[in-house]
Design a protein around this ligand. Structure first.
Ligand code: CS2
Length: 473
């Protein structure tokens, strides 16, 4: 294996805390921070980042402090590894360690210009596109007597202070896998501000911008194997390092208050409309991931790369991408969708990444609408095929019944529905799981029920074979 080590390409002493990153986990370390690191190296600037988490993860932040915020990102495939040292952090913050006021005060500080979010789909606490007022953490944050639990609550508390201090507006940039993630963040923040009362919501509407963005890089949770690989390549341990694939892409809506940080100099694309990029990625990459997570687990596989070694499953994924997802898209200009799909299959085959299917299966109720329900609705309407999508949905329901513990914010409802006499109808009937406008007809439930019954009767293998069309795309 060829190893290249790239030191921090700028002087970290020049940075000031101008960006707050909420949800500083593996993806944050390996994606937006890499763009900023490279951008600062190329274009310069003083854009330092404060890394924050809200619930778990206080120890991980303290470990970063111990290392002066420095860590490595190992970008690896079968043949090469590049170890990039990241130097963009200028502090960390956690309410349980630093107190309830620490994050709102940071947001109110005049230097702060941007809040980045990687809080996962469920972190927005929305249902049907609006803030979920029944969500226990949102209610607790509205009550405000305990430490903050939600990013939305903390942001609104910070904006309230910023406004009271006569501060300028700022930008809030979502980096999570949701369609129109800027509009969703805006809806959640405004919903919370309105629930608090007063005229803060009006100030936010006028002063805060919420660009949408499409983010892409496969960054599995760290494993012992990953750590060992990095220690060997680096010649010493780095407890804060993270392993990911070499590929990365970031397409950001060009809609900032003032000048954006040098993300474009770091390789990001700033465009007027991210939607075509976002949908292509959510449906082809993430839709395939969710399909692999459930079908692959039922077949006994553990990782995405293992699945790529199973020829019928690999063919089904290619069919899903090209026959079922691609026809539903308004493609970005100059994109060759067949090449995009084949590149994805190659990325999925990266054996350096032990990307666990169980990790992708997490929170599936939050992922299904954008990854599978919306494209299936489009295919149903147009009379196009959707057999691999039906297999994925039936495998999910079978998995909810037969696989290990369910890790999902709607776990209790899903478990109950999966145990009933007609689990497919019961799950699809859950409130706000499938937005009414997405699935317009009965054919949908009947088709998935029939695939589900066949999986129960014959096992997943033969049903997978049946879902493959004779002529491969
Ligand atoms: C994955 C994503 O866990 C998941 O749901 O589909 O994290 C995926 O790896 C990234 O979106 C890739 O960009």
């Amino acid at each position: 294996m060829t190893v290249a080590v790239v030191p921090v390409p700028f002087d970290p002493a020049l940075l000031r805390p101008r960006i707050l990153h909420i949800g500083f986990g593996a993806f944050a370390r390996a994606h937006p921070m890499v763009y900023l690191n490279q951008g600062l190296g190329t274009a310069g600037g003083d854009w330092g980042v404060v890394a924050a988490r809200l619930n778990s993860g206080a120890e991980a932040l303290s470990e970063l402090d111990t290392a002066d915020g420095l860590y490595h990102v190992a970008e690896a495939d079968g043949e090469t590894m590049s170890l990039r040292q990241i130097g963009v952090l200028c502090g960390t913050c956690h309410p349980a360690r630093d107190g309830a006021d620490a994050l709102p005060d940071l947001i109110a500080a005049p230097d702060l210009s941007l809040i980045l979010l990687t809080i996962t789909e469920k972190g927005y606490c929305t249902r049907g596109g609006a803030l979920d007022m029944e969500n226990g953490a949102i209610r607790a944050d509205l009550d405000g007597t305990n430490l903050p639990q939600t990013a939305i609550g903390v942001i609104v508390a910070g904006l309230e202070r910023r406004r009271a201090a006569g501060g300028e507006g700022l930008t809030i940039l979502s980096c999570d896998n949701q369609p129109d993630n800027g509009a969703l963040t805006r809806a959640a923040v405004l919903g919370f501000a309105r629930a608090k009362g007063g005229d803060l919501a009006g100030w936010i509407e006028r002063r805060v911008r919420f660009p949408s963005s499409m983010v892409d890089r496969i960054v599995p949770a760290m494993t012992e194997d990953g750590r060992a690989l990095i220690t060997e390549a680096l010649g010493r341990e780095d407890d804060n390092a993270i392993l990911c694939e070499p590929f990365r892409q970031w397409v950001i809506e060009d809609n900032f208050v003032g000048q954006p940080p040098p993300f474009a100099a770091g390789g990001a694309l700033l465009v007027p409309d991210v939607q075509p990029f976002e949908e292509m990625k959510l449906r082809l990459l993430n839709g395939a991931h969710t399909t692999l997570a459930w079908v692959g687990q039922l077949l006994g596989h553990e990782t995405v790369a293992d699945c790529m070694g199973n020829p019928p499953l690999r063919s089904a994924i290619r069919q899903l991408m090209l026959r079922e997802q691609a026809p539903t898209l308004r493609l970005p200009e100059d994109v060759d969708v067949t090449a995009y799909a084949d590149d994805l299959l190659a990325r999925f085959g990266n054996t350096r990444l032990k990307h666990q299917l169980v990790q992708i299966a997490m929170d599936s109720s939050q992922k299904m609408p954008q990854r599978l329900f919306a494209p299936v609705a489009s295919n149903l309407k147009a009379g196009r095929p959707w057999s691999v999508s039906a297999l994925a949905l039936a495998a999910w329901i079978e998995g909810l019944q037969s696989l290990g513990p369910i890790d999902d914010p709607r776990r209790d409802e899903l478990r109950l529905a999966a145990r009933g006499a007609d689990p497919v109808a019961a799950i699809f009937g859950l409130t706000d799981l499938i937005p009414a406008e997405l699935i317009p007809n009965e054919t949908f439930t009947d088709t998935v029920r029939s695939v589900f019954t066949q999986i129960q009767a014959k096992g997943i293998g033969p049903v997978l074979d049946m879902s493959l069309t004779e002529q491969q795309p």
